[in-house]
Ligand binder design. Structure first.
Ligand code: FES
Length: 71
C-alpha cells in the first residue's frame, strides 16, 4: 500500500528502511523522501516505523532472553 502518494513510497519501503536501521521520520525523509511534499503521510509513516521498531526490539529482546536461558 502506498503511504506517501507524493513520492510513491509504500509500507514495504518503510519496513525495509526500518530493517536497514531507520528509527526516525528524519531517517525516512533522508532515505525515501517521505513527508517532503504535502506532509500528509507523516503520521502514518511514523506509526509504521514505530510498529516496525517495536517488533524488531521485541525480537531482539526475545533473542537475548533465549541466549541467556541457554547459557
Ligand atoms: S503524501 Fe507524502 S509528502 Fe505528500
Amino acid at each position: 500500500m502506498y503511504v506517501c502518494i507524493c513520492n510513491a513510497v509504500t509500507d514495504k519501503d518503510i519496513l525495509n528502511a526500518a530493517d536497514a536501521g531507520a528509527t526516525t521520520l528524519k531517517h525516512l525523509r533522508d532515505e525515501l523522501n517521505v513527508a517532503t511534499c504535502c506532509g500528509r503521510c507523516a503520521t502514518c509513516a511514523k506509526r509504521l516505523l514505530k510498529e516496525a521498531c517495536s517488533l524488531s526490539c521485541s525480537i531482539e529482546q526475545n533473542d537475548v532472553l533465549l541466549a541467556n536461558a541457554v547459557a
